[in-house]
Design a protein around this ligand. Structure first.
Ligand code: FE2
Length: 234
């Protein structure tokens, strides 16, 4: 086990303040100390959402078309595992190291990624006992009314890429991801070796005959986990 999930999603957007308000409404909590450029949010599990202007030079330049997530930082459960993964990646690509020990690289399918030691915090949930699959005791009971959701974890991120099969092979062979599901002609659902999520990343076929596919590398969505059955994506 090494990669234990998404440590940070770094977005590039046209209007930082507007997107910040969106994530406020979405239920994320802003960090008490904000970066000098852009915005930062931290989820209860300790993962982060970072918002930068699309022209911020701090964003890694890449082939990703359009706005959205521009870099994925994967959490690693220890320094030795991080160094082992970095050694393997260094055989055929350039790595950039930050002073905090984060290493950055570009995946074969063009998405900027990083690895950072991630002490993921356990998240406590109290799902509604009368509103879960298969439960019949909800008969004649009121369900728990929720005024709003507060995301607790980042579950997965999705990119459309012209060669999604090659993208899958990169995630499998270089970062030890495992295949969860394959949707012929449409995408590969793969999970990090240290997670119990169905998938940590979905690589969609950018040439699939479905709405939103442009044939180019682009961000599609990220998925956040909340208290119980409901899931939220943006
Ligand atoms: Fe999703």
């Amino acid at each position: 086990m090494a990669i234990n999930g998404i440590e940070s999603l770094i977005y590039g957007v046209p209007d930082v303040q507007e997107v910040g308000r969106f994530f406020d409404d979405f239920g994320l909590v802003r960090d008490p100390e904000q970066p000098s450029e852009g915005l930062a949010f931290t989820l209860p599990e300790g993962s982060h959402v970072v918002i930068r202007h699309r022209d911020d030079p701090a964003l890694v330049s890449s082939q990703i078309e359009g706005d959205g997530v521009r870099e994925v930082i994967w959490g690693v459960d220890g320094q030795s595992a991080l160094e082992r993964l970095a050694r393997g990646l260094a055989s055929d690509r350039e790595l950039t190291w930050d002073s905090d020990g984060t290493v950055h690289f570009i995946a074969d399918f063009g998405v900027p990624m990083g690895l950072r030691v991630f002490a993921k915090k356990p998240v406590v949930s109290a799902p509604d006992p009368v509103n879960a699959p298969g439960l019949t005791r909800r008969l004649n009971h009121h369900r728990k009314w929720r005024r709003r959701a507060y995301p607790k974890v980042i579950n997965h991120v999705v990119f459309a890429t012209p060669d999604y099969e090659a993208g899958y092979r990169f995630m499998r062979d270089r970062l030890n991801f495992r295949l969860s599901d394959s949707q012929a002609g449409y995408g590969k659902y793969v999970r990090a070796d240290g997670t119990t999520s169905h998938h940590s990343i979905l690589l969609l076929n950018a040439n699939a005959p479905v709405p939103g596919m442009t044939g180019k590398l682009s961000f599609h969505h990220a998925n956040f986990g909340v208290e119980d059955m409901a899931l939220s994506s943006c």
